[in-house]
Design a protein. Structure first.
Lengths: 129, 398
């Protein structure tokens, strides 16, 4: 399956999909020390984003969240890539400063946790292997 | 987005890795917001300066950008830092924090940023002209630049403002375009207004009303007879804090108001509405232990008024005067500083009670600033008293 979207942050990476239908706030919603989602009541609460292709509709919360992605990357706990339905500035800027490929305008309802995905941030393409 | 040959070179890394990353950020934002092209920026104001907000990760990012050869291509100034850079010890700032704050400023300086740390860059030389495209990131200054000066900026975040500085560009969307600067709501002000607290209260009332409406229309205020720079600075800070607004028009006062007719949708604000806004922030009971003026940073004229009122008297509470380094230097020259310090008030230059790490140090803040009330409560857990400028000074003397 090949899904065409928009390139948001350059680079390419592969990994196991971790999919949620809920928005993610990186500031306060993801622990930069452990890479786990800590937002109470979130579908992904307790799960680690490290090395995953993180698929979620859109980001939310404080702009400081961009730096959380940067911290996760420095700690080796960042997602391998990010796929959004609609990217917003916090996630987009965070992915760019951290060097995480990001693609949006993808029909994310076609994606399931556990799929192997390849995200190409240069061409704006998500491929399920 | 359509990029010029030079912008494509930046994106390809031909101007170094920092400029490349900066152009990637701007391209992503332009893509998200549907911009068709970049516009040159004449001026930048960067937020993300206080180490209290940036943290180790933010500092690491700035260092990486400085080491990656980043150099500003437009006049760039900084938002307040977490401490007075020359006098932090006297304000009780921890040495560890001070060291990290100095590293942040050193990284900005390496990139050619003018490291004045203030939320009022327009008061000392970072003053864009009417119609100029700029990239500013301090919400009160953004509102002032768009509405009062007629310059054009979106509300930038720290990284996007830095990206604009390092490329000299910003994507043309939002408030850079004529069609997005039109008013959508008339606000009739039926009250006599005077002083920074009244204008702050007006910002609270208008901000809350607009925030609650779909699409957050740009307000067009009618009925304000006169408004000075200090009053508009207070209004802007308040409107940005309570309404998330980056633009307004004020009939016969702001330059673009004459370009538009007042929109049909109308909201009326009376003295009663203003008094309700004031009461909502003036809630503290018991003795106050912290008094502060200078949110946004005091102008030279405000420092003069303060000095005249304090001359020969003695304050009895911790009283922080927050302003920019250039205004403080002028106050030194004029003898205002000596009068203020002789009365026992303390200058906290380069910083303010919003960004300094003061949680837990005080219980109740007294101020003339609605914005300061908001952050005192939400960030530091302080109770607040919201008084006119002169009454704030009297409270410090009581």
């Amino acid at each position: 399956m090949i899904l065409n979207g928009r390139k948001i942050s350059p680079g390419a990476a592969s990994g196991e999909a971790l999919v949620t239908t809920m928005g993610i706030s990186f500031y306060g919603g993801v622990d930069a020390e452990t890479g786990r989602v800590v937002e109470k009541g979130h579908e992904l609460e307790g799960q680690s984003v490290a090395g995953k292709v993180l698929v979620f509709p859109t980001g939310k919360g404080s702009t400081v969240g961009s730096y959380t992605l940067y911290r996760l990357k420095k700690a080796g706990l960042a997602p391998a890539a990010v796929v959004n339905a609609e990217a917003e500035p916090i996630t987009a800027v965070g992915c760019i400063i951290a060097g995480i490929p990001c693609v949006d305008h993808v029909p994310i309802e076609e994606l399931r946790s556990g799929m192997r995905l390849r995200v190409d941030g240069e061409r704006g393409v998500v491929e399920a292997e | 987005m359509e990029l010029t040959p030079e912008e494509r070179e930046m994106l390809a890394g031909e101007h170094g890795p920092a400029t490349q990353k900066a152009m990637e950020i701007l391209l992503a934002l332009g893509t998200i917001y549907g911009a068709e092209r970049m516009v040159p920026v004449a001026s930048v104001q960067i937020s993300g300066v206080s180490f209290d907000n940036l943290g180790e990760a933010g500092l690491e990012f700035l260092t990486e950008m400085a080491e990656g050869g980043g150099r500003v291509r437009a006049l760039t100034t900084l938002n307040p830092a977490g401490m007075d850079i020359e006098n932090w010890q006297a304000l009780g700032i921890a040495p560890d924090f001070a060291r990290n704050q100095e590293r942040v400023l050193a990284a900005y300086a390496r990139m050619g940023v003018v490291t004045t740390c203030s939320c009022t860059p327009y008061l000392f030389g970072n003053l864009p002209r009417f119609g100029e495209h700029i990239a500013w990131a301090e919400s009160s200054a953004v509102c002032y630049a768009n509405a009062v000066l007629g310059a054009r900026t979106n509300r930038e975040g720290g990284p996007s403002a830095l990206a604009a500085a390092l490329t000299g560009r910003t994507p043309a969307y939002g408030l850079h375009l004529d069609e997005n600067r039109r008013p959508g709501l008339t606000v009739r002000v039926e009250a006599d207004l005077g002083g920074t607290r009244d204008f702050g209260a007006l910002g609270v009332a208008v901000g809350r009303a607009v925030e609650a409406r779909p699409g957050k229309p740009i307000p067009y205020l009618r009925g304000v007879e006169a408004a000075g720079v200090d009053e508009l600075k207070s209004f802007c800070a308040s409107l940005a804090t309570y309404g998330g607004l980056a633009m307004f028009h004020m009939e016969a006062i702001t330059p673009e108001s004459s370009l538009h007719a007042p929109p049909p949708a109308t909201l009326t604000i009376t003295r009663r509405g203003l008094d309700e806004a004031i009461r909502s922030l003036d809630s503290a009971e018991g003795e106050a232990d912290f008094v502060s003026l200078g949110c946004p940073h005091l102008s030279l004229d405000e420092v003069r008024r303060l000095a005249e009122r304090l001359a020969g008297r003695r304050v009895r509470k911790t009283f922080w005067i927050t302003t920019s380094r250039p205004v403080k230097r002028l106050a030194d020259e004029m003898g205002y500083t000596a009068l203020i310090e002789a009365a026992g008030a303390v200058f906290a230059v380069d910083t303010c009670c919003v960004v300094a790490p003061i949680r837990g140090r005080f219980r109740t803040l007294v101020t003339d600033s609605a914005k300061a009330c908001y952050y005192a409560a939400s960030k530091n857990g302080f109770a607040t008293r919201f008084l006119p400028f002169e009454d704030v000074i009297e409270e410090a003397l009581r």
